[in-house]
Design a protein around this ligand. Sequence first.
Ligand SMILES: Cc1cc2nc3c(=O)[nH]c(=O)nc-3n(C[C@H](O)[C@H](O)[C@H](O)COP(=O)(O)OP(=O)(O)OC[C@H]3O[C@@H](n4cnc5c(N)ncnc54)[C@H](O)[C@@H]3O)c2cc1C
Length: 286
Amino acid sequence: MRYEAPDTAEGAVALLSGAPGDARILAGGTDLLVQMRADILDPALIVDIKKIKETRAVTEEKGGWRIGAAVTGAELKEHPTLKKVWPGVIEAANLIGSTQVQGRATMGGNLCNGSPAADSVPALIAAGAVASIAGPNGRRDLPVEDVMLGPRKLALQKGEFVLSFLLPARPPRSSDAYLRFIPRTEMDIAVVGAGVSLSVEAAGTITAARVSLGAVAARVLLVPAAAQAIIGSRLDRPAQDRLEAAARAVCAPIDDKRGTIEFRIQVAGVLTRRAALIALDRARTA
Ligand SMILES: Cc1cc2nc3c(=O)[nH]c(=O)nc-3n(C[C@H](O)[C@H](O)[C@H](O)COP(=O)(O)OP(=O)(O)OC[C@H]3O[C@@H](n4cnc5c(N)ncnc54)[C@H](O)[C@@H]3O)c2cc1C
């Protein structure tokens, strides 16, 4: 196995493009190394992206925030501004693993591991985050909801990797929230995850919203019908009922020892409603 740590995106792309056999990006390694030790993966080439400056930076851009794909959860938590602007994204990233895992795990790795239960992905999708992808044909942008196609299946071509995420500029009185259900209090995989981002006008009516659900289908879902159910409302009880129904309607979950199909569908509605109420509360004072 060959290990490389280039210091430019172009260098990483050249390595990935020219590699015979399986080539893998290494960010925090909290999925990759576990899967290699378990003999699930045996890459011929590992390309560590942490020496590429853009993957490690958090910068303001066009009124929004660009977060490098290799910034860790612990670093996001310490950022002076991000937690105020995107509390849902930061709380989702900080649900990943333990304190030790937090020091390594990245949102790029969380997305590109390709798990439908990845915690930061519903929050990124609700936020309207766009992934910047470097590849043999230069750079391209892809909404996060279009990056994951199914379990372990990504829309990335050979030679491509995620360089960063752009969280867009947002109007005043906007906020977000992420909630997950796990059978234990921590260190577990989401049985359901729900992310909601929304904006309200001064009188409290919701003017824009995005809703995303994890662990209820083969990929993390953007749920436009759930957003439509609450736009124009003040999230009164009828709007909450519409939101729950729209969230449940898109669920096609697996049935396993951690949650039956019926349970996951029920919880998806409840968590979406609760996440929306938290996001609304935050947005009123944002
Ligand atoms: C003890 C433990 C607890 C965990 N708890 C949780 C949890 O609560 N919630 C949760 O969602 N996950 C959890 N995980 C899984 C894991 O920590 C996360 O998915 C993490 O975000 C992965 O990030 P990483 O930087 O370590 O990725 P890596 O392991 O470096 O990479 C993961 C995969 O993505 C690819 N990759 C990484 N970065 C890129 C990129 N920029 N472009 C293209 N491909 C890339 C790699 O090649 C690899 O296939 C846990 C893992 C452990 C070991």
